[in-house]
Design a binder for this molecule. Sequence first.
Ligand code: ATP
Length: 234
Amino acid sequence: MLKLRDLDVFYGDAQALWDVTMEVHKGEIVTLLGSNGAGKTTTLKTISGLLHPRKGEIFLDHIRLDKIEPSNIIKYGIAHVPEGRRLFPNMTVMENLLIGAFHAGAWGSRFDTIQGIYTLFPILAERKKQLAGTLSGGEQQMLAIGRALMSEPTLLMLDEPSLGLAPKVVETIFQVISDINKKGTTILLIEQNAHLSLQVAHRGYVMETGRISLEGKASELMADEYVKKAYLGM
Ligand code: ATP
C-alpha cells in the first residue's frame, strides 16, 4: 500500500534521514520504533508531504506521493495524528471533529462518521459541547485520533499516541488502535514505548540516527536480543 524507497531528508543542510526504505501493507499495523531524535517524526512528516525528500520516492499504491502537496494528501486517504495533537483548544469537541471531515470525500457522511467515533470513544460523546482545551490529556489524544478518523482514512499515521498519558488511558488508546485496524484501517504507528507498540503491531522497523537498522515481524523483533536490550529494557 505504502512504499518508501531510499529516502534522504534534510532540514536545511542537516541530514535527518538516510536511505529510508520501508513498506506498509494493506490491513497491517506497522510500528516504527526508535529513541528520541532517531527520525521517526521526520519520516511521518515526509509521508504527509510536510517535508520533501532530497532523494528517494514514496508510493501509495501506484501514486507517486512525494509529488503531491500536503493539503491534498488527505484526499488520497492518509490521515496524520501529529505529536502534540494540534487541536483547536477554543473550539468544542464536535467542532474539532467536523474540521477533520472538511474535504470533499468525507463531508457528506460526517454525521454517520461522528457516531462511529462516539462509539469508539464514548467519553467524546459526553463531552461533545466542551471546549477541547478543557479536556484531559487522554481525552485530547482520543479527540485527535477521532478528528483524523473523520476523513475516513485508509491509512492512519499516529505519532507517539502514548506520550505523557497515564498507563490506564494508554491501554484504552491502544485497544482502540487495534479496533480501528480490525475494522479495516491500515496503521503506521510511531512509538518510543516498544512494549506497547510491538504487542499491537504486525510488523515493525527500528530506526537509529536516521537509518532503518532492523525490521521484521513484531514477534521476531520482540524476541531479538538487541531489541530486548535496547528497547524493551530486558
Ligand atoms: P522524537 O521522538 O524526539 O520526536 P524522532 O525519532 O521523531 O524523535 P525527529 O523529530 O524526526 O526524531 O528528528 C530527527 C532528527 O532531525 C534529529 O536529529 C532532530 O534534531 C532533527 N530535526 C527535527 N526537526 C528539525 C527541525 N525542524 N530543524 C532541524 N533539525 C530538526
